[in-house]
Ligand binder design. Structure first.
Ligand code: SF4
Ligand code: SF4
Length: 175
């Protein structure tokens, strides 16, 4: 079956500003970015943000970051996924400011097979929609949910065995 290419852009989403660390400005994942004009509130997708006050000169880490929702629309990755007949992992409503979950590639030094997911607002990973999205993603690959100091691993059983041993993390789901 012919696959129609997808196009995506961040649009009004600024979820990564709220949950990721930016070394250049000393921002930790938990810290508020001083340049985010209006922060994401913690109650859900209806609360909007309104931009970066230093957008034109924002750090390289901010310029180059792509969450996995956005990266899935990269033409090269789409070509690769088509070639491998890999199913799409995300839909339009999974954009991080709507789903409340930011999936991203592992940090430098972490095993390449483990993606990361972070909550935009606390508790969203425990909602039906949040759990559903994590389960859909982790049916095919390993992902670690980071909530403060807590790390929880999801993924297919054979992959989980390897990663759990490697990282000493708690295993949450076998699929
Ligand atoms: S979380 Fe993804 S979609 Fe949202 S602003 Fe960041 S890169 Fe764009
Ligand atoms: S500097 Fe701007 S783009 Fe970077 S995290 Fe802060 S608000 Fe977001």
């Amino acid at each position: 079956m012919k696959r129609i290419p997808i196009r995506r852009s961040c649009g009004p989403c600024e979820a990564c500003c709220a949950v990721l660390s930016v070394d250049e400005i000393g921002k930790s994942a938990e810290a508020t970015c001083p340049h985010q004009l209006s922060l994401l509130e913690t109650s859900g997708p209806q609360d909007r943000t309104s931009g970066c006050s230093v957008y034109a000169t924002r750090p390289l880490g901010c310029r180059t970051f792509q969450c996995l929702w956005l990266a899935e629309a990269d033409p090269k990755l789409q070509k690769y996924a088509r070639h491998r007949k890999a199913p799409r992992l995300f839909g339009p409503s999974d954009r991080p400011d709507l789903s409340g979950l930011v999936f991203h590639a592992p940090a430098v030094g972490a095993p390449a097979m483990v993606s990361v997911v972070r909550e935009v607002w606390p508790g969203v990973s425990e909602t039906e929609a949040g759990r559903g999205l994590i389960e859909r993603y982790s049916a095919r690959r390993v992902v670690v949910l980071i909530c403060g100091d807590r790390r929880t691993l999801f993924g297919p059983s054979e992959e989980l065995e390897k990663v759990t041993e490697l990282l000493g993390l708690s295993k949450r789901k076998e699929g």
